[in-house]
Ligand binder design. Structure first.
Ligand SMILES: Nc1ncnc2c1ncn2[C@@H]1O[C@H](COP(=O)(O)OP(=O)(O)OP(=O)(O)O)[C@@H](O)[C@H]1O
Ligand SMILES: [Mg+2]
Length: 74
């Protein structure tokens, strides 16, 4: 990578190695899902809501106990 290049992606949701941390939030969301609790995730713009949910989708993908539906209202 060029030394001057910004290593951080900013814009839309981040995936894979661009996604940092959020371990506690992921665990908490998974616990809520397993308990059948409805969750409304809200935060100011660009706080990482979509990235977090897409990360959770990746984590639960392949587990037939879950059906993940992503709906983009835009
Ligand atoms: N877990 C993360 N690790 C690193 N960067 C992140 C993470 N989550 C969010 N970001 C940064 O924030 C930006 C916005 O992320 P994202 O689109 O997921 O937020 P959002 O809350 O869904 O935004 P919006 O309100 O516009 O829908 C990303 O482009 C990235 O720069
Ligand atoms: Mg979003």
């Amino acid at each position: 990578m060029n030394k001057k290049e910004n290593p951080f992606y900013f814009g839309n949701e981040v995936y894979d190695s661009d996604f940092c941390n959020r371990t506690e939030e992921l665990n908490e969301l998974q616990k809520d899902i397993n308990s059948g609790i409805n969750v409304l995730l809200y935060a100011p713009r660009r706080f990482g809501k979509t990235s977090l949910l897409k990360k959770l989708q990746t984590k639960l993908e392949g587990d037939k106990n879950y059906t993940f539906i992503y709906f983009d209202f835009f």
